[in-house]
Design a protein around this ligand. Structure first.
Ligand SMILES: C[S@@+](CC[C@H](N)C(=O)[O-])C[C@H]1O[C@@H](n2cnc3c(N)ncnc32)[C@H](O)[C@@H]1O
Length: 271
C-alpha cells in the first residue's frame, strides 16, 4: 500500500470517526440495501464472516440474523465506527466478534479463512477498487461468497448537476467525486474476473427519491465531511448556504429529487 493511499484512508477513517454517532440515523436507506444484499446471498453454511469497511456493523447484524455465523471479524480504519459496533455487539451471545482497525489493502487476517466476505457502502472510499476486490477474494475459502453493496453509476446525478451549475463554482473535487466514487456493473465484473471470482449476480437498483433538503444535506455532512478538508469554516458555511438555496429552489413540496443508485454484487470463489 502506498503512503498516499495510507494517508487517504487515515483521513477518511478520521472523518467517519467524527461522524460515527450521527451515522446510522443519516443513512438509513443503506440499511435497507444491506438487508437486500444479504437476502440475495445463496443459501448455504457460512460460519465465519469478514465485514470489510464494517462501520457500525449493521451489515454484520443482517448477516447474523440470516446465517448465524459463529465468528465475525469486522475491519475498518475508523476507530469511532468500531466503538459503535462494539457497543451493539455486546448484545450478542455465542458469537466470537473481533473488531480490527485496519485498511482493506492491509488486512491482518489470514487468507482463505472465511466462508463469506461482505463490504457495504465502503467501496467508493477505496483508492484501488480492483486491488480491494482481490484482497477480499483472497480471504475467502474456495466456494466462499463475496457480497458487495456500493454506489452505482448515475447516483445523485441531479445533485452533481446542481453543484456544477453554481457560480462562483464549488471546489472542483466536490462534483468530481461522482467520476470515481460510483461503480458500474461492467467495472465490477472486471474486478471480479481479475480476482478469479465467479459472478453469481451483479445489478444496479435505480430509484427516484425526493428527500427534504435538510435531510439530504445532513447525509452529505455525515458521509462526505472529508471533502471540506483544507477549506475555512466560513468558506464551507458559504458553500452550504448557496447549495441549500439552489436545492430549495429546485425542490418539489416533497423534497429534492434525485436518482438513488446502488450496485449489488454477489460472487463465488471457485472450488
Ligand atoms: C459509509 S460507511 C459504511 C459502513 C458500513 N459497512 C455500512 O454499510 O453502514 C464506509 C466505511 O468504510 C470505511 N473505510 C473507508 N476507507 C476504508 C479503507 N481503505 N479500508 C477499509 N474501510 C474503509 C470507513 O471508515 C467507513 O466506516
Amino acid at each position: 500500500m502506498s503512503d498516499i493511499a495510507r494517508a487517504r484512508a487515515q483521513q477518511v477513517g478520521a472523518a467517519f470517526t467524527e461522524q460515527a454517532s450521527d451515522y446510522e440515523g443519516a443513512v438509513r436507506y443503506n440499511l435497507m440495501g444491506a438487508h437486500r444484499l444479504v437476502a440475495s446471498i445463496p443459501e448455504g453454511e457460512y460460519d465465519s464472516l469478514l465485514d470489510v469497511g464494517c462501520g457500525t456493523g449493521w451489515s454484520s447484524f443482517e448477516f447474523l440474523a440470516r446465517f448465524g455465523p459463529g465468528r465475525v471479524v469486522g475491519l475498518d480504519p475508523a476507530e469511532g465506527m468500531l466503538d459503535v459496533f462494539r457497543g451493539h455487539a455486546e448484545r450478542l451471545e455465542d458469537v466470537d466478534v473481533e473488531l480490527i482497525q485496519a485498511d482493506v489493502m492491509d488486512m491482518p487476517v489470514p487468507g482463505e479463512a472465511f466462508d463469506a466476505v461482505i463490504c457495504t457502502m465502503a467501496m467508493h472510499w477505496f483508492a484501488d477498487k480492483a486491488g480491494a476486490v482481490r484482497e477480499m477474494a483472497a480471504r475467502l475459502r474456495p466456494g466462499g461468497i463475496l457480497a458487495v453493496l456500493a454506489g452505482g453509476k448515475g447516483v445523485e446525478a441531479e445533485y452533481r448537476e446542481l453543484l456544477e451549475s453554481l457560480d462562483p463554482p464549488v471546489p472542483e473535487r466536490w462534483p468530481k467525486l461522482y467520476d470515481t466514487a460510483p461503480t458500474s456493473e461492467r467495472e465490477m465484473l472486471g474486478y471480479l474476473e481479475a480476482a478469479g471470482m465467479e459472478p453469481v449476480d451483479v445489478w444496479i437498483e435505480r430509484r427516484w427519491r425526493e428527500t427534504p433538503v435538510d435531510e439530504f444535506l445532513e447525509r452529505m455532512r455525515v458521509v462526505a465531511s472529508h471533502l471540506n478538508d483544507g477549506l475555512s469554516a466560513d468558506h464551507v458555511q458559504d458553500l452550504h448556504t448557496r447549495i441549500r438555496e439552489e436545492m430549495v429552489a429546485r425542490a418539489t413540496p416533497r423534497g429534492f429529487g434525485y436518482h438513488f443508485c446502488k450496485l449489488f454484487t454477489v460472487a463465488r470463489k471457485p472450488v
